[in-house]
Design a protein around this ligand. Sequence first.
Ligand code: PLP
Length: 359
Amino acid sequence: MVNLAARVTVDTAALKHNLRVVRDRAPGARVMAVIKANAYGHGLVAAARALADAEAFAVARLEEAVSLRNAGLSNRIVLLEGVFHPDQLPRASALGLDVVVHSPGQLAMLEAADLPEPVSVWLKVDTGMNRLGVRPGDAGDAVRRLAACASVAAPVRFMTHLACADERDGVFTDRQLQVFDEALAGLEGERSIANSAGLLWRADARADWVRPGIMLYGASPFSGGAGRDLGLKPVMRLASSVISVKDVRAGERVGYGGTWEAPRDARIAIAAIGYGDGYTRHLGSGTPVMIRGETRPLAGRVSMDMIAVDITDAPAVRVGDEVVLWGEGIAVEELARRAGTIPYELLCGVTQRVAVTVV
Ligand SMILES: *Cc1c(COP(=O)(O)O)cnc(C)c1O
C-alpha cells in the first residue's frame, strides 16, 4: 500500500560516507560510533549494521546494547553511563559490554560484584563539564582500585567529555584537555575525548578513540554550521504528502489561532505531518518545505497531524505530491535554528508512528 503519511527514509550509503569523513578527519584514531537514542532517531540496528566498520558502538542504555547483540552485532559496545544498578552488571558481562565507571558508587558496585567474566572499563574523568565523571584528583586512586578488582578486565581505558567543543573560542576546551592530561599523568591506557565537534575542530583532542554522533547522521555540530560544508551527507529524509489543496481569499486566515493571513488571494496545500510526527510546533510561518523540487513557505501553525503550505506560486501542486520536511535540499540544522533548538533534538524527536524505510 502506498504510504502518503509522514515517513522517514534512512540512507545507509550516506551513513557509510559520513563514517569515511570521520576517518579522514581523525586519521589514526579508532571510531566509537555513537548510536544512542535509537541512533539519533534513525533506527538503532539499521544504523549499526551500516556502521559495522566502526571499532565500537556507544549507547546510553543497557537495553540498546541488548538489541545490538540480539541483532548479531559483535562490535565492542560501550555503555556511556555505565550501569545504573548492580543487577545490570552480570548482564553487561554476559553480553561482553564495556562499561563506563564515572562515580565512586559504580566503582563500589564492581568491587562488590561476582561476575561470570570480568568487564572492560572506561574510567570517566570529569574535567569541567560537571555532569559525569570522577574528580581529576581521584583518578589515580580509582585506577588502583579498578586494577585490584576481579570483576574488571585489564587494561582500563579513559575518557572525558568536552562541554564547549562547539565553541570556536577554545579556552574552556584547552582547560579540559590540560586537566585530563594532568589527571592521567603517568597512567597507561587508551584515551577518548572528542565528540563530533571536538574531532572536527581540535586535532589535539582526537586521542586514541573518537566518539562521533551527530556528524555520522550528516548534521553539523556547530551552531550556524551546515553538514554539507563539512562534506557530510544527510542520512534522514522526512517526508509526507499533500492531502488537500484549497484556495483562500486575501485576508482569510489559516490554521490554529489564525496566525497566517493571506496577503492576496492564495492557494494552500495541506500536508499530512505535524508535531505528532516530530515536526515541531516551534517552526513558524515561512519555514521552507520542499514540494516538486522547490521550497515553499509554511503558512500558520504546525498542528498535531497537519501543516499548511503557501503554494500560491506553484499552481501545479496536486493532492498526493510529496512534501519534504528535511533531508537533501532542506537542512535540518537550518530548521533547528528556526525552532530555537539543535538538530539532535529534531532528529531524535521523530515519533513512533512515522514509518521508516532503510535504503
Ligand atoms: C552523545 C555523546 C557523544 C556524541 O556527541 P556528538 O556531539 O553527537 O558527536 C560523544 N560522547 C558522549 C559521552 C556522548 O554522550
